[in-house]
Design a protein around this ligand. Structure first.
Ligand SMILES: O=C(O)CCC(=O)C(=O)O
Ligand SMILES: [Fe+2]
Length: 254
């Protein structure tokens, strides 16, 4: 049925087959209509790409030194995360620049949020702000989970909205070489392509973290990589993605 529909739409089959990455993990999803959701997905992803270059109030330009390495430190062993708000954070696990874009800052951000709600069927009322990330050459993010694991009892506590139930990752640019998002357990690589996006549930319906969602951003070898993340939280999803009492197999949880 889907392929018949796509044939009628002419240009879509290639996009659907080669550019659109949608990962479904867990027993079920509330994405009922893949065709409609595909259009919304594509539209949001393209709109996001169009945001590049926009000046946002909360995003202060970085000085030359901030956009490189912290003064007085050597390259060895230091991997700074450079935040566009001008703060610099040194981390062992990633090199990137990031900014959080507020709803009320630009009409396009709230439109995008509404579309993410349309395409996932999940409420955005407890979601985090949109995070835009840029990786230069060598920029990467080591394997991690987006959700807080059992032992990380304090993570997201200040938000009061539970764990990160799902992730939407938009690719806002192509990358000349490198920069794939890899899911080692799933043996899956998503190659960044402007206007595409990935969606996955981080948590099972029981609320347990899904180990299979472990992922990493491979180093950018040539070019520059732009992505944005929308992290959707548990609170408010009770009737949209009802809980299951049965826990998943222990070896799948983290
Ligand atoms: O840049 C990517 O491909 C993945 C980013 C990511 O996993 C994250 O920001 O949590
Ligand atoms: Fe991630």
């Amino acid at each position: 049925m889907r392929s018949e529909l796509l044939k009628d739409m002419g240009f879509l089959p290639t996009l659907w087959l080669s550019s659109f990455h949608l990962i479904y993990l867990g027993a079920s999803t509330k994405i009922q209509n893949p065709i409609i959701n595909f259009f919304i997905f594509l539209k949001v992803a393209l709109e996001l790409s169009g945001l590049k270059g926009t000046r946002f109030k909360s995003v202060k330009p970085m000085s030359e030194s901030e956009s490189y390495y912290p003064p007085g430190r050597t390259l060895s062993g230091l991997r700074p995360i450079i935040k566009c708000i001008g703060e610099l954070e040194v981390a062992q696990y990633r090199i990137s620049k990031s900014a959080w874009l507020k709803e009320d800052e630009d009409e396009r951000i709230s439109v995008i949020t509404r579309r993410i709600n349309d395409m996932t069927g999940l409420t955005m009322s407890t979601a985090e702000e949109l995070q835009v990330v840029n990786y230069g050459i060598g920029g990467h993010y080591e394997p991690h989970f987006d959700f807080a694991r059992k032992e990380e009892t304090n993570a997201f506590r200040n938000l009061g909205t539970g764990n990160r139930i799902a992730t939407v990752l938009f690719y806002m640019s192509d990358v000349e070489q490198g920069g794939a998002t890899v899911f080692p357990v799933l043996k899956t690589a998503l190659w960044p392509k402007k206007g595409t996006a990935a969606f996955w549930f981080n948590l099972f319906e029981s609320g347990h973290g899904d180990k299979r969602t472990r992922h990493a951003a491979c180093p950018v070898l040539a070019g520059s990589k732009w992505v944005s993340n929308k992290w959707i939280h548990e609170a408010g999803q009770e009737f949209l993605r009802p809980c299951l009492l049965n826990p998943p197999p222990e070896d799948l949880t983290a």
